[in-house]
Design a protein around this ligand. Structure first.
Ligand code: CP
Length: 317
């Protein structure tokens, strides 16, 4: 594996999940693979889970790890080509990336959507430059449009907790005070479309996701109807994808907040969210603190999803 951005980069998902369970049984079994190898984690944005779980996965595999926070202790990077660099950014990303590539064997990059240009965001401008100019395998630690390590961890968690072979999985939009990227829901839908689940997406009108991720999945605009008989509720907020209102917040309607009454419509569904989560906006205290909530187990599987990806990249160096 040289690149990890989408579900298809993992190949057969059943095989990948089996590999994840094997790794989870003995996370130090492949420690020899990372000996004298270095992972560089480049963060353009904040993180708790991705930072810790990726570093832990790397250590489980015997790797050395360097963490670089862009704009905190490094030169500010110019990312636009052709610009006259007379402002506050002394280094261009086109030199910085190959230099970073000199000091490591694998690179993880976190670079969120900026909502300044849909074209820039949806071409994964920053991530693609790392792929092109670093000369190293590159994986997304959440790009502008996808968060594959999260979605892979979500799939592993669903496989662990499912009580039937073809569970009903509902992705539900929920309110949030600020505009959030579509990366998490895009990847969740991308992975669920390839998994053995019955996927339903529910959101207010105007929040339709990119059809390249939604593909054949069912969209139900009535949230309560969508929840009926669900085995997993995956909550997430996102801003508008559609061209003319790209990045806008159309609704903060707390009628979409996940509460106990809605969870009671489901088939004793498990509650999932990638975290961090805004309590009593996305979900009530009662639901997230209930035994139905598996958000911590889900976060814990971030170590495993990342370890499978790093293992495969190390095996192909
Ligand atoms: N879910 C997730 O990616 O968490 P962080 O943003 O804290 O890394």
């Amino acid at each position: 594996m040289k690149i990890f951005i989408n579900a298809k980069d993992l190949g057969n998902l059943n095989t990948a999940v089996k590999e994840a369970f094997e790794v989870k049984k003995n996370r130090f079994m492949y420690k020899h693979l990372g000996e004298n190898k270095t992972l560089l984690m480049v963060f353009f944005n904040s993180s708790l889970r991705t930072r810790l779980s990726t570093q832990k996965a790397s250590m489980n595999l015997g790797m050395n790890t360097i963490v670089l926070d862009i704009n905190h202790g490094t030169w500010k990077l110019e990312t636009e080509r052709g610009i006259i660099m007379d402002g506050d950014k002394p280094e261009h990303i086109l030199e910085a990336i190959p230099v970073m590539g000199c000091y490591c064997d694998i690179i993880g990059v976190r670079s969120f959507a900026k909502f300044e240009s849909k074209l820039d965001d949806y071409s994964e401008n920053i991530l693609q430059q790392f792929i092109r100019y670093s000369n190293k395998p590159v994986f997304s630690m959440e790009g502008a449009t996808t968060h594959p390590l999260q979605a892979f961890a979500d799939l592993i968690t669903i496989e662990e907790f499912k009580k039937k072979s073809h569970p009903k999985v509902v992705l539900s939009w929920a309110p949030h005070p600020k505009a959030l990227p579509q990366a998490v829901p895009n990847s969740f839908v991308d992975f669920m479309n390839e998994a053995d689940v019955d996927l339903v997406i529910t959101h207010p009108k105007g929040y339709e996701l990119d059809p390249r991720f939604v593909r054949g999945a069912m969209v139900e605009y009535n949230q309560r109807k969508a929840f009926e008989g669900a085995d997993f509720i995956y909550a997430k907020n996102w801003a508008v994808y559609e061209d003319t209102r790209y990045g806008q917040v159309l609704s903060k309607d707390r009628n979409w907040t996940i509460d106990t009454a809605k969870m009671n419509l489901t088939n004793h569904a498990k509650f999932m969210h990638c975290l961090p989560i805004r309590r009593n906006m996305i979900v009530t205290d009662e639901v997230i603190e209930s035994p139905q909530s598996i958000v911590i187990q889900e976060a814990s599987n971030r170590e495993i999803s990342c370890q499978v990806v790093l293992k495969r990249m190390l095996e192909n160096l």
